[in-house]
Write a protein that binds this ligand. Structure first.
Ligand SMILES: Cc1cc2nc3c(=O)[nH]c(=O)nc-3n(C[C@H](O)[C@H](O)[C@H](O)COP(=O)(O)OP(=O)(O)OC[C@H]3O[C@@H](n4cnc5c(N)ncnc54)[C@H](O)[C@@H]3O)c2cc1C
Length: 303
């Protein structure tokens, strides 16, 4: 099938794009990498009368890493996130999540803004944003606003984004994640390469002293993809490993907490029970990998 007919717009600025959205808000779709929208429109699950192609908005394509903040523009492609050394040093969960998305075509074209707008609970970035307490920056012809990732994802593929709004970017405070004492990991279980994960876990572990015999976990972050109808932050798993060195016992407690909070939908290749087990197991593996990364000197050991 082919998409229904639509009027094509290619704004040169964010202001032009938001003006078009304001004018046609009920009948318009933004197009970024077109990796999801193209499929939906080809199957006529979306039949917008106006397509607003934002690929000329170069101002939305950036990765800025300074001492305090990491800021990423909405039009930044998965490929560019995966290959950014400064981002890999500051917040490696982002680069690991980006490099595991689908295959090269999707990574070359797909954008972080499109992924956040789509808000698939299996999506990689929504999980990273939840784990890192990111802020989302949103604009419209009415002005700009910021919303936390925690408040943005509301229900299954339903978000705080209004029809006339455009995501301009995301930002993460670096203060909780000093690279010399922090390890991160993003681990996925996939039924096949180049497809969506059954479960993924994004975790971060900050220790008190990486040189100590038994470094104590000061701060942990645990978020799961495809384990609920929204990206799932599992605070009980974080609390289970905080305040002492990571051990089999604390990892067991974290895995149990993840299984207790996960509410996965059964799928053709993975029923609910199996996905619950994966939620526990990937919480365990990802926390262990993060701890290892936090307590070893080699920045190339991210697992
Ligand atoms: C085979 C396949 C496998 C995939 N596997 C994974 C995976 O493992 N993990 C994963 O995370 N993703 C996966 N994806 C999804 C992929 O990451 C998409 O690129 C992404 O979800 C959408 O990004 P896009 O730039 O292509 O957006 P588009 O398809 O252009 O747009 C998607 C939606 O977002 C809206 N939108 C786009 N940009 C903005 C913006 N700046 N502000 C507001 N709304 C906007 C559009 O209007 C549209 O409704 C997969 C996709 C495919 C086709």
């Amino acid at each position: 099938m082919k998409p229904a007919t639509f009027e094509y717009h290619r704004p040169a600025t964010v202001e032009e794009a938001t003006a078009l959205l304001a004018e046609h808000s009920h009948d318009a779709e933004l197009m970024a990498g077109n990796q999801s929208l193209g499929i939906i429109m080809a199957n006529r699950l979306a039949t917008p009368e106006h397509l607003v192609d934002i690929n000329d908005l170069d101002e939305l394509s950036y990765i800025d890493v300074d001492d305090d903040t990491v800021a990423i523009g909405a039009l930044t492609r998965h490929r560019d996130l995966a290959g950014d050394p400064a981002l890999a040093e500051a917040l490696p969960m982002f680069t690991e999540a980006a490099e595991q998305i689908a295959g090269p075509t999707v990574r070359n074209l797909g954008t972080i803004g499109g992924s956040i707008a789509e808000a698939d609970p299996a999506g990689n970035y929504p999980t990273v944003l939840a784990a890192l307490d990111a802020d989302l920056h949103i604009t419209s012809s009415e002005g700009e606003r910021t919303v936390s990732a925690r408040d943005y994802f509301i229900a299954y593929m339903f978000t705080d984004l209004a029809e006339d709004e455009l995501i301009t970017g995301v930002s993460v405070s670096r203060e909780p994640f000093p690279p010399e004492r922090t390890g991160m990991a993003f681990l996925e279980q996939k039924p096949a390469t180049q497809t969506w994960p059954t479960i993924s876990a994004g975790t971060s572990v900050r220790v008190d002293d990486p040189e100590a015999d038994e470094p104590v976990v000061e701060d942990a972050r645990v978020a799961l993809a495809n384990a609920s109808d929204v990206p799932l932050r599992v605070e009980a798993a974080e609390e289970a490993v905080e305040g002492e060195p990571l051990t089999d016992e604390t990892l067991d407690a974290a895995a149990e907490a993840a299984m207790a909070e996960a509410r996965p939908q059964g799928e053709f290749h993975a029923d609910e029970e199996y996905k619950l087990e994966l939620a526990g197991e990937y919480t365990r593996r990802s926390l262990q990998a993060s701890y290892t990364n936090a307590t070893t000197d080699d920045t190339d050991t991210h697992q």
